[in-house]
Design a protein around this ligand. Structure first.
Ligand SMILES: [Zn+2]
Ligand SMILES: [Zn+2]
Length: 285
Protein backbone atom coordinates (compact mmCIF):
# COMPACT_ATOMS: atom_id res chain seq x y z
CA UNK A 1 0.00 0.00 0.00
CA UNK A 2 1.86 3.09 -1.19
CA UNK A 3 -0.71 5.71 -0.24
CA UNK A 4 -0.68 7.36 3.15
CA UNK A 5 -4.15 6.87 4.60
CA UNK A 6 -4.92 9.10 7.56
CA UNK A 7 -7.60 9.82 10.10
CA UNK A 8 -8.07 13.44 11.19
CA UNK A 9 -5.86 14.78 13.95
CA UNK A 10 -8.88 14.78 16.25
CA UNK A 11 -9.33 10.99 15.89
CA UNK A 12 -9.80 9.51 19.35
CA UNK A 13 -11.54 6.82 21.38
CA UNK A 14 -14.97 7.98 22.50
CA UNK A 15 -15.93 6.70 25.97
CA UNK A 16 -19.63 6.10 25.38
CA UNK A 17 -21.34 2.75 25.14
CA UNK A 18 -24.65 0.90 25.39
CA UNK A 19 -25.96 -2.39 26.74
CA UNK A 20 -26.14 -3.64 23.16
CA UNK A 21 -22.45 -3.12 22.48
CA UNK A 22 -20.95 -6.37 21.21
CA UNK A 23 -24.37 -7.79 20.40
CA UNK A 24 -25.28 -8.92 16.89
CA UNK A 25 -28.77 -9.44 15.49
CA UNK A 26 -29.64 -11.49 12.43
CA UNK A 27 -32.46 -9.29 11.21
CA UNK A 28 -32.89 -11.42 8.08
CA UNK A 29 -30.86 -14.47 7.02
CA UNK A 30 -28.58 -12.23 4.96
CA UNK A 31 -28.79 -9.06 7.03
CA UNK A 32 -26.76 -8.89 10.21
CA UNK A 33 -26.55 -5.84 12.43
CA UNK A 34 -23.79 -5.57 15.02
CA UNK A 35 -23.46 -2.87 17.65
CA UNK A 36 -20.13 -1.26 18.45
CA UNK A 37 -20.53 0.91 21.55
CA UNK A 38 -23.24 3.25 20.29
CA UNK A 39 -23.32 2.62 16.53
CA UNK A 40 -24.29 -0.24 14.23
CA UNK A 41 -22.48 -1.85 11.35
CA UNK A 42 -24.26 -4.16 8.90
CA UNK A 43 -22.95 -7.29 7.22
CA UNK A 44 -25.02 -7.94 4.10
CA UNK A 45 -24.83 -11.40 2.57
CA UNK A 46 -25.74 -14.96 3.46
CA UNK A 47 -23.11 -16.63 5.68
CA UNK A 48 -23.15 -19.75 3.44
CA UNK A 49 -22.34 -17.80 0.31
CA UNK A 50 -19.12 -16.13 1.50
CA UNK A 51 -19.90 -13.12 -0.69
CA UNK A 52 -20.81 -10.16 1.41
CA UNK A 53 -20.48 -6.45 1.91
CA UNK A 54 -19.85 -4.37 5.02
CA UNK A 55 -21.97 -1.26 5.51
CA UNK A 56 -20.22 1.36 7.67
CA UNK A 57 -17.09 0.93 9.74
CA UNK A 58 -17.87 1.64 13.38
CA UNK A 59 -16.39 3.77 16.13
CA UNK A 60 -12.74 4.86 16.38
CA UNK A 61 -10.44 1.94 17.33
CA UNK A 62 -13.05 -0.69 16.47
CA UNK A 63 -11.37 -2.32 13.44
CA UNK A 64 -10.27 -5.36 15.45
CA UNK A 65 -13.83 -5.95 16.68
CA UNK A 66 -15.20 -5.63 13.16
CA UNK A 67 -12.71 -8.15 11.78
CA UNK A 68 -13.42 -10.60 14.61
CA UNK A 69 -17.17 -10.37 14.13
CA UNK A 70 -16.83 -10.68 10.36
CA UNK A 71 -14.75 -13.85 10.68
CA UNK A 72 -17.13 -15.23 13.28
CA UNK A 73 -20.01 -14.88 10.84
CA UNK A 74 -18.34 -15.70 7.53
CA UNK A 75 -15.38 -17.83 8.57
CA UNK A 76 -11.71 -17.37 9.19
CA UNK A 77 -9.89 -15.18 6.72
CA UNK A 78 -13.10 -13.95 5.14
CA UNK A 79 -13.32 -10.42 3.85
CA UNK A 80 -16.10 -8.42 2.27
CA UNK A 81 -16.17 -7.55 -1.42
CA UNK A 82 -16.49 -3.88 -0.54
CA UNK A 83 -17.30 -1.43 2.22
CA UNK A 84 -20.26 0.85 1.57
CA UNK A 85 -20.57 4.00 3.68
CA UNK A 86 -23.94 5.54 4.46
CA UNK A 87 -21.91 8.67 5.25
CA UNK A 88 -18.53 9.62 6.61
CA UNK A 89 -19.16 10.74 10.21
CA UNK A 90 -16.56 9.59 12.74
CA UNK A 91 -18.79 6.86 14.16
CA UNK A 92 -19.28 5.27 10.73
CA UNK A 93 -15.64 5.31 9.57
CA UNK A 94 -13.86 4.67 12.88
CA UNK A 95 -12.10 1.46 11.84
CA UNK A 96 -11.93 1.99 8.12
CA UNK A 97 -8.22 2.55 7.55
CA UNK A 98 -7.20 -0.64 9.34
CA UNK A 99 -9.94 -2.50 7.45
CA UNK A 100 -8.74 -1.21 4.09
CA UNK A 101 -5.16 -2.17 4.92
CA UNK A 102 -6.11 -5.65 6.08
CA UNK A 103 -8.76 -6.47 3.49
CA UNK A 104 -7.62 -4.41 0.50
CA UNK A 105 -11.19 -3.80 -0.60
CA UNK A 106 -12.73 -0.71 -2.20
CA UNK A 107 -14.87 1.73 -0.25
CA UNK A 108 -17.91 3.37 -1.84
CA UNK A 109 -19.69 6.53 -0.75
CA UNK A 110 -21.88 9.18 -2.34
CA UNK A 111 -19.82 11.69 -4.31
CA UNK A 112 -20.94 14.49 -1.95
CA UNK A 113 -19.23 12.68 0.94
CA UNK A 114 -15.92 12.31 -0.90
CA UNK A 115 -14.45 15.68 0.22
CA UNK A 116 -14.74 14.48 3.85
CA UNK A 117 -13.12 11.17 2.98
CA UNK A 118 -10.25 12.42 0.88
CA UNK A 119 -8.85 15.06 3.21
CA UNK A 120 -10.38 18.01 1.38
CA UNK A 121 -13.01 19.27 3.78
CA UNK A 122 -13.86 18.89 7.47
CA UNK A 123 -17.42 18.28 8.59
CA UNK A 124 -19.03 21.24 10.37
CA UNK A 125 -18.42 21.26 14.13
CA UNK A 126 -20.98 19.29 16.15
CA UNK A 127 -23.46 21.52 17.97
CA UNK A 128 -23.43 21.17 21.78
CA UNK A 129 -26.00 23.99 22.07
CA UNK A 130 -28.69 22.05 20.21
CA UNK A 131 -31.88 21.30 22.15
CA UNK A 132 -31.62 18.20 24.31
CA UNK A 133 -29.34 15.57 25.71
CA UNK A 134 -26.01 14.75 27.31
CA UNK A 135 -24.65 13.22 24.10
CA UNK A 136 -25.16 16.60 22.42
CA UNK A 137 -23.25 18.23 25.27
CA UNK A 138 -20.42 15.71 24.75
CA UNK A 139 -20.37 16.23 21.00
CA UNK A 140 -17.47 18.74 20.87
CA UNK A 141 -15.18 15.78 21.63
CA UNK A 142 -16.38 13.97 18.52
CA UNK A 143 -13.93 13.98 15.61
CA UNK A 144 -15.12 16.09 12.67
CA UNK A 145 -11.91 16.49 10.67
CA UNK A 146 -11.68 14.99 7.20
CA UNK A 147 -10.06 11.60 6.90
CA UNK A 148 -8.03 10.67 3.83
CA UNK A 149 -8.68 7.37 2.11
CA UNK A 150 -7.02 8.51 -1.11
CA UNK A 151 -7.93 6.43 -4.13
CA UNK A 152 -9.44 3.66 -2.00
CA UNK A 153 -12.75 5.49 -1.82
CA UNK A 154 -14.87 5.69 -4.96
CA UNK A 155 -18.22 7.30 -5.77
CA UNK A 156 -21.28 5.06 -5.79
CA UNK A 157 -22.45 4.33 -9.37
CA UNK A 158 -24.70 7.07 -10.71
CA UNK A 159 -27.37 4.60 -11.79
CA UNK A 160 -28.36 3.87 -8.19
CA UNK A 161 -26.88 0.38 -8.12
CA UNK A 162 -24.83 -0.80 -5.16
CA UNK A 163 -21.56 -2.61 -5.99
CA UNK A 164 -21.76 -6.34 -5.10
CA UNK A 165 -25.36 -6.01 -3.87
CA UNK A 166 -27.41 -6.45 -7.05
CA UNK A 167 -30.79 -6.46 -5.25
CA UNK A 168 -30.15 -3.19 -3.49
CA UNK A 169 -30.19 0.37 -4.71
CA UNK A 170 -28.87 3.43 -2.93
CA UNK A 171 -31.10 6.38 -2.22
CA UNK A 172 -29.73 9.85 -1.62
CA UNK A 173 -31.00 10.90 1.80
CA UNK A 174 -29.17 14.14 2.64
CA UNK A 175 -29.77 16.45 5.59
CA UNK A 176 -27.75 14.70 8.29
CA UNK A 177 -24.79 14.80 5.88
CA UNK A 178 -24.73 16.12 2.30
CA UNK A 179 -23.96 12.75 0.73
CA UNK A 180 -25.86 10.55 3.12
CA UNK A 181 -27.34 7.46 1.46
CA UNK A 182 -29.71 4.70 2.52
CA UNK A 183 -29.80 1.24 0.93
CA UNK A 184 -33.09 -0.36 -0.07
CA UNK A 185 -34.05 -3.79 -1.39
CA UNK A 186 -37.38 -3.80 -3.20
CA UNK A 187 -38.15 -7.54 -3.05
CA UNK A 188 -38.50 -7.68 0.75
CA UNK A 189 -38.49 -3.94 1.42
CA UNK A 190 -35.43 -4.13 3.62
CA UNK A 191 -33.88 -0.78 4.46
CA UNK A 192 -30.46 0.16 5.76
CA UNK A 193 -31.20 3.71 6.79
CA UNK A 194 -27.88 4.95 8.16
CA UNK A 195 -28.60 8.07 10.22
CA UNK A 196 -31.44 9.41 8.00
CA UNK A 197 -33.62 8.38 10.92
CA UNK A 198 -32.70 6.30 13.95
CA UNK A 199 -34.58 4.18 16.49
CA UNK A 200 -33.13 5.67 19.65
CA UNK A 201 -33.07 9.22 20.95
CA UNK A 202 -29.36 9.46 20.23
CA UNK A 203 -28.95 12.81 21.97
CA UNK A 204 -29.84 11.35 25.38
CA UNK A 205 -27.08 9.34 27.07
CA UNK A 206 -29.51 7.39 29.24
CA UNK A 207 -31.52 6.30 26.20
CA UNK A 208 -28.36 5.47 24.29
CA UNK A 209 -27.11 3.32 27.18
CA UNK A 210 -30.40 1.44 27.51
CA UNK A 211 -31.21 1.48 23.78
CA UNK A 212 -34.85 2.21 24.55
CA UNK A 213 -36.55 1.89 21.18
CA UNK A 214 -38.18 5.06 19.91
CA UNK A 215 -38.32 6.53 16.42
CA UNK A 216 -36.24 9.65 16.06
CA UNK A 217 -34.92 11.96 13.37
CA UNK A 218 -31.22 12.04 12.55
CA UNK A 219 -28.87 12.69 15.51
CA UNK A 220 -29.34 16.42 16.14
CA UNK A 221 -25.84 17.52 17.09
CA UNK A 222 -24.48 16.62 13.63
CA UNK A 223 -27.48 17.40 11.42
CA UNK A 224 -27.02 20.63 9.49
CA UNK A 225 -29.92 20.76 7.02
CA UNK A 226 -33.30 20.04 8.53
CA UNK A 227 -35.27 20.78 5.36
CA UNK A 228 -33.34 18.11 3.49
CA UNK A 229 -33.53 15.78 6.50
CA UNK A 230 -37.32 16.01 6.46
CA UNK A 231 -37.50 15.28 2.72
CA UNK A 232 -35.23 12.30 3.19
CA UNK A 233 -37.45 10.78 5.86
CA UNK A 234 -40.49 11.35 3.63
CA UNK A 235 -38.69 9.58 0.79
CA UNK A 236 -37.92 6.57 2.97
CA UNK A 237 -41.41 6.39 4.48
CA UNK A 238 -42.89 6.34 0.97
CA UNK A 239 -40.94 3.12 0.28
CA UNK A 240 -42.92 1.38 3.06
CA UNK A 241 -39.99 -0.59 4.42
CA UNK A 242 -40.84 -3.70 6.46
CA UNK A 243 -37.41 -3.97 8.09
CA UNK A 244 -35.05 -1.15 8.98
CA UNK A 245 -31.53 -1.24 10.36
CA UNK A 246 -30.52 2.23 11.46
CA UNK A 247 -27.10 3.61 12.34
CA UNK A 248 -28.12 3.91 15.96
CA UNK A 249 -30.69 1.96 17.96
CA UNK A 250 -32.19 -1.48 17.58
CA UNK A 251 -33.52 -2.78 14.25
CA UNK A 252 -37.21 -2.07 13.77
CA UNK A 253 -39.69 -4.19 11.80
CA UNK A 254 -43.32 -4.71 10.81
CA UNK A 255 -46.18 -2.63 12.06
CA UNK A 256 -44.06 -0.85 14.65
CA UNK A 257 -41.80 0.41 11.86
CA UNK A 258 -44.69 1.39 9.59
CA UNK A 259 -46.48 3.26 12.35
CA UNK A 260 -43.34 4.86 13.74
CA UNK A 261 -42.17 6.12 10.35
CA UNK A 262 -45.62 7.48 9.58
CA UNK A 263 -45.60 9.30 12.91
CA UNK A 264 -42.12 10.67 12.27
CA UNK A 265 -43.24 12.14 8.95
CA UNK A 266 -46.45 13.58 10.42
CA UNK A 267 -44.75 15.05 13.48
CA UNK A 268 -41.30 15.76 12.10
CA UNK A 269 -41.19 19.24 13.66
CA UNK A 270 -41.88 18.07 17.17
CA UNK A 271 -40.05 14.72 17.07
CA UNK A 272 -37.01 15.49 14.94
CA UNK A 273 -36.32 19.19 14.54
CA UNK A 274 -34.75 20.74 17.63
CA UNK A 275 -36.40 23.87 19.04
CA UNK A 276 -33.04 25.61 18.99
CA UNK A 277 -29.48 25.04 17.85
CA UNK A 278 -26.96 26.60 15.52
CA UNK A 279 -28.11 24.60 12.48
CA UNK A 280 -31.80 25.32 13.03
CA UNK A 281 -33.14 28.27 11.11
CA UNK A 282 -36.42 29.78 10.04
CA UNK A 283 -36.59 27.94 6.75
CA UNK A 284 -36.72 24.55 8.42
CA UNK A 285 -39.56 25.45 10.75
ZN1 LIG B 1 -23.98 10.56 11.37
ZN1 LIG C 1 -24.07 8.04 13.42
Amino acid sequence: MDENLTYGEDYKYIPATSIESGVGTEVLPDLYSYTIQIVNIVLVGHPDKKEFVLVDAGMPYSAEKIMTETERRFGEGSRPKAIILTHGHFDHVGGIIELIKKWEVPVYAHEFELPFLTGEMDYPEPDPSVEGGMVSKMSPMFPNEAIDLGSHVKPLPEDGSVPHLPDFRWIHTPGHAPGHVSLFREKDKALIAGDAFVTVKQEYLYKVITQEQEISGPPRYLTTDWTAARESVEKLEALKPTVAITGHGLPMTGELLTDSLHKLVQEFDSIAVPDFGKYVDETSE
